[in-house]
Design a protein around this ligand. Structure first.
Ligand code: NAD
Length: 289
């Protein structure tokens, strides 16, 4: 496995702190996929910014790692208190509707649910002709149905608290690559969900999506060898030619950089971001060689 894409460890100084009166411990941010990668970074960034975080994932050990990281970056304490105290881990499978309802209840027990970050995701690489139904259904359930169900369950809370839903999309919500049909379809879908929330939120409840190119997380690391094998090229060539080949900015984003976009989108600085997409792709989808 290439060391170039080993996921980096988030440090406190990587997190951008925004002075926002609503970033306080009586307000809750629900973050899915919080055991790893972008979700973990988003949970940590929300906690560093002063929010209480309901950090949920199906991976309990990974959630414990997120809490551990919060303890590690909690020293020295800042005015806003310890991030470690602010992260409540909650194990749940986003494929199950009753577990999604349990996430909503647990979040309400922490305070005023104001922010929802739908980040959890997975990948399956196969051509359409061979794409397994169960893989398609799992991707759809975790990455599109669950964000809808969570938004529905928390709608009244989010609306009452002038809240905001941030959805993790991707460059694959703008254009597509071969052999990722389910991922491509749900990423286009999550932009539709985002805009639907904006339409019905009537300005009281905002929404936005975040579209990045490749970010240094396990989701990417784990598909390198598979992609290399399918294309008959080396892992290094997958990184340089396939992943960053069309980007003008020749560096992968870090999970912390993506987490900072969620914090920005939730903040007062983004009052007019409603239904829009934060396309931070290094020029990948907007330029052509
Ligand atoms: P990751 O694999 O590091 O983390 C994904 C998390 O989702 C894991 O902790 C996993 O346990 C969780 N998850 C999967 N199935 C679940 C289920 N059934 N219930 C609850 N949790 C579940 O991946 P990542 O790279 O951090 O990706 C996070 C999001 O960012 C995904 O939506 C992905 O599509 C998106 N994204 C990633 C990249 C990238 O390059 N890494 C680029 C653009 C978009």
């Amino acid at each position: 496995m290439s060391n170039e894409v080993a996921p980096p460890t988030l440090e406190r100084e990587d997190v951008h702190e925004i002075d926002d009166e609503r970033f306080a411990r009586d307000r809750v941010a629900v973050v899915t996929g919080a055991a790893s990668g972008i979700g973990r970074a988003t949970a940590l960034a929300a906690a560093v910014n002063g929010l209480s975080v309901l950090a949920t994932d199906v991976d309990a050990a990974g959630l414990a790692g997120t809490v551990e990281r919060a303890e590690a970056i909690g020293d020295p304490p800042s005015e806003i208190g310890e991030p470690a105290d602010a992260i409540e881990p909650f194990e749940a499978d986003l494929q199950e509707e009753d577990e999604i309802q349990a996430i909503a209840s647990a979040a309400r027990n922490l305070g005023d649910v104001t922010f929802l970050a739908n980040v959890a995701g997975l990948q399956h690489v196969a051509p359409i002709g061979e794409f397994p139904t169960d893989a398609y259904d799992r991707i759809q359930a975790v990455m599109l149905r669950a964000p809808f169900l969570l938004t529905r369950e928390l709608w009244d809370d989010l609306e009452a608290n002038d809240g905001c839903v941030g959805n993790m999309a991707s460059v694959h919500g703008h254009y597509v690559t071969a052999d990722k049909v389910a991922y491509n379809a749900v990423k286009f879908g999550i932009r539709g969900l985002t805009q639907s929330i904006a339409a019905e939120g009537e300005g009281d409840l905002r929404s936005f999506s975040v579209s990045t190119g490749y970010v240094e997380t396990p989701l990417v690391t784990n598909q390198l060898e598979d992609t290399a094998e399918r294309r008959g090229i080396s892992v290094e060539e997958v990184v340089e030619d396939v992943m960053l080949g069309q980007a003008r900015t020749k560096e992968m984003m870090t999970p912390a950089e993506v987490a900072n976009l969620f914090v920005l989108g939730f903040s007062h600085l983004a009052t007019h971001l409603n239904g829009g997409d934060l396309l931070f792709d290094g020029g990948m989808t907007l330029t052509y060689e």
